[in-house]
Design a binder for this molecule. Structure first.
Ligand SMILES: Cc1cc2nc3c(=O)[nH]c(=O)nc-3n(C[C@H](O)[C@H](O)[C@H](O)COP(=O)(O)OP(=O)(O)OC[C@H]3O[C@@H](n4cnc5c(N)ncnc54)[C@H](O)[C@@H]3O)c2cc1C
Length: 619
């Protein structure tokens, strides 16, 4: 029995058969109406008015984007940073049929599909709530200013003169972006050696560093530097470690600071993502248009072959491979057949697991969610029970702490130590991108803290080269005219701008998501378009131009990665870290999920699924 059908649960299913034999029966229960957990596929079908109304399928990732830094996967880092368990993820890719040797990214970035001749470019929005009136301006060195505002002090000054920032904020931004100064000159105990500077950075936030040492005021910090850390570190610059920001290349750490090279760094307390990033030169990245859902679909097509159709991409019907899996249809009604070796039961929320010792069976209780449509199950709101020889908890650690009975208090504390990072990836299927062509808006980056979204951008499909024919596996093809379908992407990692420590910052973001209805979220996107695209010459009409929405609201998103600034155990051995204490097996129950490695990656989820299977008793 596996609780949770994300990357970790699916990898655990595979590892279970490897360890206990291919004839063993495995049931995966997941609370959601789809498998994949954070790996979620957004599939759009929009009639192409530029092509007689032909159906255009576009795919996007609703969650997990790509396989990061594959070459780093089995390299150990300091303080228990994962590596020792890296091989299972490498093996999982090979078993699933993913070619990791190809040196090119599969997915092109940027506004793919939009012909360059339309000259779309980035805008910045300085909202009225903070800047008196809305200011919409071109980003630095783009559009009409391309080539005129290079990354020099003069180039930055020219750009900042177009913004509503005060003179003090402009000077601070120029300093952070271009001055080659030693910002540690006023640090406690200065002058500091390189090692002392690095250690000092692990103890302070990015905001503290910029404000105390680079002379940045609130206006410049919240305008330019608050949002950028969210996508990788899960919170704004007020809450994240300055050391992690340095390693990730955030602004403000010029050569003259004397911090040295970030490659091969072994710094106590360093975050896991920064560590991985510092080595990512050695690793390829892989991306499918629907994110790592393709990896999991590929895996399920092997574990439950009847659930995925053959695909004909030119040479007759074939079993799906790493490319054609995009086109293969999932037959959801095949996922839970009694004849399957592996069964996946969706819409099933587990609320009670009773561990059993001595080779006994565990009662596992769940309810079928009342979801109309795709899946119809028995249950009628009543609890259902299965008995399991082994149980793997591949859901979230806080859920495990509540659901599994009898766990020792220290283990429960370990499981409940962290919270998840909330975030939203939103997509809008557009009937056309005419308003964007007319306004030349490619993307919008809000400034300040009062606007909800971190960014939005337009694309008309993404390339899937070099070996696939664009349009063959999904559409639309590149270079689409403004009358063709397109997609808007809008993202946010919400948190209160003053919230510390980092775990509390997540709570403030989760609270924001709880307080916003779907209508609120949709309205805020339309409002942003109105205040930018329509102000710049577009005529965006939501009723006419929007085909449909996918708002992937991950209230329980990234696993928390220990941070040097607020998690003292980040400096210590892994055995004393909460995720390690929390993931210990108990009787016939083992604990998987990326939370168990405190590392928000697909490879981490796979490794933990494999490790949990090895933790199970042999009988
Ligand atoms: C928006 C986003 C973007 C990301 N981008 C990347 C990326 O680009 N690259 C990368 O490597 N990683 C990325 N990650 C992280 C990566 O997606 C995760 O680390 C990984 O997918 C986690 O897999 P998992 O199986 O451990 O957990 P999940 O995917 O969270 O799966 C857990 C499952 O448990 C189920 N569950 C929970 N409670 C219960 C219950 N009581 N009963 C039954 N089922 C339950 C949930 O429904 C869920 O499906 C991203 C994550 C998010 C949220």
């Amino acid at each position: 029995m596996i609780v949770g059908g994300g990357a970790s649960g699916i990898s655990a299913a595979k590892s279970y058969l490897d360890r206990f034999g291919p004839d063993k029966k495995v049931l995966i229960l997941d609370a959601l109406p789809d498998f994949g957990g954070h790996s979620h596929r957004n599939e759009f079908h929009v009639p192409n008015l530029a092509d007689g109304g032909a159906d255009v399928m576009t795919l996007r990732n609703g969650g997990t984007v790509n396989l990061d830094s594959i070459g780093t996967w089995n390299q150990d880092g300091p303080n228990g940073i994962p590596g020792a368990w890296g091989q299972p993820a490498v093996d999982f890719l090979a078993w699933a049929g993913v070619d990791t040797a190809t040196g090119t990214k599969w997915q092109n970035g940027g506004a793919a599909g939009i012909p360059a001749s339309y000259g779309l470019y980035q805008r910045l929005l300085f909202p009225a709530a903070e800047f008196g009136t809305d200011h919409v301006i071109a980003g630095r060195n783009v559009g009409p200013f391309a080539g005129q505002e290079p990354g020099t002090a003069a180039g930055w000054a020219a750009f900042l003169a177009r913004t509503p920032y005060s003179q003090a904020a402009r000077e601070a931004i120029v300093r952070v972006q271009t001055a080659n100064d030693d910002f540690f000159a006023n640090a406690p105990g200065a002058p500091l050696t390189m090692e002392q500077k690095r250690a000092y950075l692990t103890a302070i936030t990015y905001k503290q560093y910029l404000q105390d040492h680079a002379g940045v005021n609130d206006e410049a910090f919240y305008g330019e530097y608050w949002r950028g850390s969210g996508s990788l570190l899960g919170a704004g610059g007020q809450a994240v470690s300055a050391a992690d920001c340095w390693i990730l290349g955030r602004p403000g750490f010029p050569d003259a600071t004397g911090l040295g090279d970030t490659e091969d760094i072994e710094l106590a307390g360093i975050g896991r993502t920064p560590f991985q990033d510092s080595r990512s030169f050695s690793g390829n990245t892989r991306a499918w248009p629907d994110g790592n859902t393709s990896l999991l679909r590929l895996a399920i097509s092997k574990l439950i072959p009847n659930a995925f159709s053959d695909v004909n991409v030119g040479a007759g019907p074939q079993r799906p491979d790493q490319l054609s899996i995009l086109k293969s249809q999932c037959h959801y009604d095949q996922l839970d057949l009694p004849s399957n070796v592996i069964r996946i039961r969706l819409n099933s929320t587990v609320f009670n697991v009773e561990p059993a010792g001595g080779g006994g069976y565990s009662p596992v209780d769940y309810v079928m969610n009342n979801v109309e449509g795709i899946h119809t199950y028995q249950g009628g709101g009543k609890a259902l029970r299965v008995a399991a020889k082994h149980v793997i908890m591949a859901c979230w650690n806080r859920v495990t702490a509540h659901v599994v009975q009898e766990l020792p208090p220290a283990q429960v504390r370990g499981l409940c130590y962290a919270r998840k990072v909330p975030l939203i990836y939103g997509r809008v299927g557009l009937n056309n991108w005419r308003a964007f062509a007319d306004s030349k808006v490619a993307s919008v980056a809000p400034r300040g803290t009062t606007l909800f979204w971190d960014s939005f951008s337009i694309s008309a499909g993404a390339g899937f080269g070099p070996t696939a024919t664009p349009g063959k596996y999904y559409g639309p093809t590149p270079n689409q005219p403004p009358e063709a379908p397109a997609q808007l992407t809008f993202t946010v990692v919400p948190n209160h701008p003053d919230a510390i420590p980092q775990l509390f910052a997540y709570s403030t973001g989760q609270q924001m998501l709880r307080e916003m209805s779907w209508e609120d979220l949709e309205d805020s996107v339309v409002d942003l378009i109105d205040r930018t695209v329509n102000k710049e010459g577009g005529d965006f009409d939501p009723a006419r131009d929007i085909h449909d929405w996918r708002i992937n609201r991950w209230s329980y998103g990234y696993a928390h990665e220990l941070t040097s600034t607020f998690d003292p155990s980040a400096y210590g051995p892994v055995e004393q870290q909460p995720q390690f204490i929390g993931r210990q097996p108990y009787k016939n129950v083992a604990i998987a999920n990326s939370d168990s490695e405190a590392f928000a990656y697909t490879h981490s989820a796979i490794n933990e699924g494999h490790r949990a299977v090895q933790d199970l008793p042999s009988s």
